[in-house]
Design a protein around this ligand. Structure first.
Ligand SMILES: C[S@@+](CC[C@H](N)C(=O)[O-])C[C@H]1O[C@@H](n2cnc3c(N)ncnc32)[C@H](O)[C@@H]1O
Length: 361
């Protein structure tokens, strides 16, 4: 049984979170004596307790993370459509975010690495983010040291100057050389540095190389603190708000990034979309599989690298799976994922680069 499992009103089977049952039990009525030494404050039950909550736009709920109000709305919505077995798993309440895109602003002496303050373009530094996988916070701190030591200039949006615009951090928790129970906490971070230049031959590329080597020397496979899976560069000079440019370069570490969800190994290049909450995505895929009949023909719209469709092909022996996606960059990840499927999967699985909103399917 998970550390915290609350039974809720039927047909709402499970709400799970990572605090103990002791901490989430209903507080006694005021007339009964309280027992302060052993009873957690109910108001902090499943609370975020993040020092950045007031200034950072990343999280919208601070309390009752195990049961956000939208769950009740969703339950009612599905009930109104005759779906009575809608379930919700909160999964991890902290450290769940395995993918983050963070803006880099400020100065080389005092860099800010984080998200925008609500409604502004002011970046809030979030070194102690409670949603991030802890390895993301560790990699952010290493990056901060590198920026300071190597005098890397963060991007200045008003002037269009500076070197480092954004960083994407993606954690792989799939390392089959260690026991399954240790894999999540020992995740490794794929770092993409979004560099303010056209390509790797631009005048500031020496600094890009120096920063990549700094990260690898201090966090790569031969360091004492192996935290980094790989380092990539993306080149972007546009003045609009689009984070990534079209040019990607693998710089150091492993080229392929593998994760395991929905019963299959999946490959995700940094240029392809990946779900941020790896554990919740895995649970969702396993639930979804039960609703798809064996031998079905499936079209996966807005497919990204086709993870949903391919996991259905493998688990439900689909006759065919067609994945439709607008981002060409996702195709390679799709192909790598298909190449690792067991030989027993004999579905016809295809990926199509098309705009779902205009193509007649
Ligand atoms: C939220 S992601 C989901 C990807 C995938 N289903 C998954 O769960 O990993 C949405 C995807 O839709 C793609 N997309 C956005 N607009 C699209 C369109 N008009 N036609 C096809 N794909 C689109 C994006 O590039 C992105 O990969």
């Amino acid at each position: 049984m998970p550390p915290c499992l609350l039974s809720a009103r039927p047909p709402f089977p499970f709400i799970s979170c990572r605090v103990s049952t002791e901490a989430v039990r209903t507080p006694p009525p005021p007339s009964l004596p309280l027992n302060p030494p052993t009873t957690a404050l109910p108001s902090l039950t499943c609370a975020l307790q993040c020092p950045h909550f007031q200034s950072c736009s990343g999280c919208t709920h601070e309390f009752n993370l195990h049961r956000p109000p939208i769950v009740d709305e969703a339950t009612d919505f599905f009930k109104s459509l005759g779906v009575s077995d809608f379930t919700f798993d909160s999964c991890r309440l902290y450290g769940w975010r395995c993918r983050a895109k963070l803006a880099v602003r400020g100065s080389s002496v005092s860099p800010l690495i984080g998200l925008y303050q609500e409604g502004t373009h002011n970046v809030v530094d979030i070194p102690d983010c409670k949603a991030h996988h802890p390895r993301i916070n560790a990699a952010v701190e290493l990056l901060r040291q590198g920026i300071k030591q190597l005098n890397v200039e963060p991007y200045d949006e008003d002037q269009g100057t500076g070197d480092l615009r954004y960083v994407q951090m993606a954690v792989t928790t799939h390392n089959t050389s260690i026991p399954a129970s240790e894999r999540y906490r020992n995740g490794k971070v794929q770092i993409t540095l979004v560099w303010n230049s056209r390509n790797e031959k631009s005048p500031n590329s020496d600094k890009l190389d120096a920063l990549a080597y700094f990260l690898w020397r201090n966090g790569g496979s031969r360091s004492n603190n192996h935290n980094i899976h790989s380092v990539w560069a993306n080149f972007q000079t546009s003045t609009n708000n689009v984070i990534f440019g079209n040019r990607w370069r693998h710089l150091l570490g492993e080229n392929d990034f593998w994760e395991h969800v929905g019963g299959i190994d999946i490959s995700l290049a940094p240029s392809s979309f990946g779900q941020a909450n790896t554990r919740a995505f895995d649970i969702l895929l396993r639930k979804l599989q039960k609703y798809v009949p064996y031998g079905a023909s499936v079209t996966d719209l807005y497919a990204g690298a086709g993870v949903i469709g391919i996991s259905l092909a493998a688990s439900r022996k689909c006759r065919s799976v067609r994945c439709i996606e607008i981002n060409k960059e996702s195709k390679l990840s799709f192909e790598k994922t298909v190449s690792r499927l067991p030989k027993s999967v004999d579905s016809s699985i295809s990926w199509h680069n098309a705009d779902t909103s205009i193509v007649g399917l």
